[in-house]
Design a protein. Structure first.
Length: 318
């Protein structure tokens, strides 16, 4: 069965429902979502009792955990959960920043759940994960930006599931040295910080972030010897020269693992899609990135930061 990604039956949490803050408008402009081109349609299956998708959902709900898969309305939820993989989202499901492209709720966050790292680690162990991706909402209300919460979760996972490789997708932590050092001390296998869009569009798309600060964070990660990863989304109005410059900037600042995907408008007040990039264009950017020097590149309409993360880590590690 083929679904438009925003109508998939698996996105809404079956017990708690959608965070009501997700309904807050991102802007005063109303831009109805447009129909997807044929290459953006995906085939999904309904969950059945005991299958992998149901197992992951049961595990996430029973431990009251958040995943970026649901909170950000990822189009790959069905695919990834059927592969018994999920990206855990730490520090709650309310972000302190209001990016125009993102479907994660924004507002005043709740206090940190100090038992969350333990629950995440136990979930990783019970699902017998070989590779886990941890991300988090921006927590600009915290002195360390939530770095300590990342570190505690990583430490717990290494206790309960020592064979599991760990990838973290971090906010910029406002480029604070002390926050990054807290994270480094736990030695995750991959540190990812997404650039998201090209420099020219930063003031419009993600006004609370800074392009040069993100590059500074990525360079700092690479300088400290970590596998450094970043992601770019297309279809926001970027030009070819913008993308080329962005990819060159990422490489020059130490990024060696890259994801490139298509922006999909989550709701009518989010930034509208400016263009649906054709699959052959994603192939062009993949080849361009490899020529630039990147070691692993995932590029395609439905690619997201955690797309086949385990396989790409294995390729890079070998």
């Amino acid at each position: 069965m083929i679904f438009h990604f925003t109508k998939w039956p698996h996105f809404k949490k079956s017990k708690e429902g959608m965070n009501p803050l997700k309904k807050k408008p991102r802007s005063k402009n109303i831009s109805p979502r447009v129909d997807l081109p044929s290459w953006m349609k995906v085939r999904v299956s309904f969950p059945t009792e005991g299958d992998a998708l149901s197992k992951v959902r049961e595990e996430v709900e029973s431990k009251k955990l958040h995943t970026v898969c649901e909170s950000a309305s990822c189009p790959n939820l069905n695919h990834c959960w059927n592969r018994r993989t999920a990206t855990y989202m730490l520090s709650g499901d309310i972000c302190t920043r209001r990016c125009q492209y993102c479907d994660v709720a924004f507002g005043k966050p709740n206090p940190l759940d100090l038992e969350e790292p333990e629950r995440v680690a136990r979930s990783v162990a019970e699902l017998e994960l070989r590779h886990v991706v941890l991300t988090a909402v921006n927590r600009d209300d915290l002195k360390d930006g939530g770095a300590g919460h990342f570190a505690e979760t990583i430490t717990k996972i290494k206790t309960y599931r020592p064979t599991c490789s760990i990838e973290v997708l971090i906010p910029d932590f406002k480029a604070k040295e002390e926050s990054l050092q807290i994270l480094y001390a736990t030695k995750p296998n991959i540190i990812n910080h997404n650039i998201e869009t090209v420099e020219r569009l930063f003031p419009t798309i993600t006004p609370q972030k800074n392009y040069k600060r993100s590059l500074e964070v990525l360079a700092h990660i690479a300088k400290h010897g970590f596998l450094t990863k970043s992601g770019l989304i297309l279809g926001l109005g970027e030009r070819e020269e913008d993308v080329k410059q962005c990819l060159e900037d990422l490489f020059q600042h130490g990024v060696r693992m890259l994801t490139i995907g298509q922006y999909l408008q989550p709701g009518p007040t989010h930034y509208p899609v400016q263009e649906f990039i054709k699959p052959e264009a994603f192939e062009f950017w993949k080849e361009f990135a490899y020529r630039t020097g990147f070691k692993t590149v995932a590029s395609g309409p439905l690619v997201r930061s955690s797309y086949h993360a385990e396989e790409y880590f294995s390729d890079e590690a070998n």
